[in-house]
Write a protein that binds this ligand. Structure first.
Ligand code: GDP
Ligand code: MG
Length: 296
């Protein structure tokens, strides 16, 4: 019989490697103008993701987003560094003619795959390739309570083959809790009818445990979020919130909205899986196409 083999030291080796090199995580926000995309980017950075990281206070009014723009912050916790990048995009579907309005976004996503591919095939490649690939795309849905717009469905359908789509209900403080629940159900049904697979995709559930965990998440989606970059005092603490006629909507309070759930899902529970699906499925699909087009 063999004694101790030491296979379990892989965990420690992986930890050391991650400590040394850190990792990249990239989130993109997409949707119509005015749905709170840029605000949510700020909310993410200002919320507990980065509360302890030093000196980040900006209080200017958010200008209208006119180009695709990536903002990065290196966050560190317990010696592990994460470079979190959020890619903000201009509102799509704002034009009179919205034909092909997903193209600039699709192009950006593919350009990042192309960059990674170039590094990969480069013989003198770096030990760690900087990863700018979009690991998830938050798609902002207008809180109408009614059917999704054909353009939204079209967009998600096209993009779902090249990136992990995570639909969210924007500005959910404009709906009551009951209206939210009803709308969430409606959106899920419409996405299913349209054959749109959002993340976590059913086809990539690996076993029954995965399936049951992910079923719970899928049933909680799309997360109904509220964004804000302003703080208000609540019970002697300063919290991110929005002031309304009824009081302060606390962005990070799970009884008020699902921002915290979304953030924990992205950054705590599913970060590694989002990276793996991006690499093994979306990037691989891109790579296979590219290499075939070049005659192998
Ligand atoms: P973008 O065009 O999608 O980037 O939207 P912005 O982030 O620029 O926000 C547009 C307006 O909506 C601003 O006045 C924000 O203060 C406001 N806003 C952003 N998020 C929310 C939200 O969750 N609820 C409400 N009620 N207003 C929001
Ligand atoms: Mg914007």
């Amino acid at each position: 019989l063999l004694g101790y083999i030491g296979i379990d030291t892989i965990i420690e080796q992986m930890r050391k490697k991650t400590m040394k090199t850190g990792f990249d995580f990239n989130i993109m926000v997409v949707g119509h103008s005015g749905l709170g995309k840029s605000t949510l980017v700020n909310t993410l950075f200002k919320s507990q993701v980065s509360r302890r990281s030093a000196g980040w206070a900006r209080d200017e009014k958010i200008p209208k987003t006119v180009e695709i723009k990536a903002v990065s912050h290196v966050l560190e916790e317990g010696g592990v560094k994460m470079k979190l990048t959020v890619v903000d995009t201009p509102g799509f579907g704002d034009q009179i003619n919205n034909d092909n309005c997903w193209e600039p976004i699709s192009k950006y996503i593919n350009e990042q795959y192309e960059k990674f591919l170039k590094e990969e095939v480069n013989i003198t490649r770096k030990k760690r390739i900087p990863d700018t690939r979009v690991h998830c795309c938050l798609f902002f849905i207008t809180p109408t309570g009614r059917s999704l717009r054909p353009l939204d469905l079209e967009f998600m359908k096209r993009l779902s083959h090249s990136v992990n789509i995570i639909p969210v209900i924007a500005k959910s403080d404009s709906m009551t809790i009951e209206e939210r629940q009803e709308f969430k159900q409606r959106v899920r049904k419409e996405l299913e009818m349209a054959g749109i697979e959002f993340y976590p995709q059913k086809e990539f559930d690996e076993d029954m445990e995965d399936k049951s965990d992910n079923d719970k998440i899928r049933e909680a989606m799309p997360f109904a979020v509220v964004g804000s970059d302003k703080e208000y005092p609540v019970n002697n603490k300063r919290v991110l919130g929005r002031k309304t006629a009824w009081g302060i909507v606390e962005v990070e309070n799970p009884n008020h909205c699902e921002f915290a759930q979304l953030r924990d899902f992205l950054i705590r529970s599913h970060l590694q899986d989002l990276k793996e699906v991006t690499h093994n499925i979306h990037y691989e699909t891109y790579r296979a196409k590219r290499l075939n087009a070049n005659g192998g």
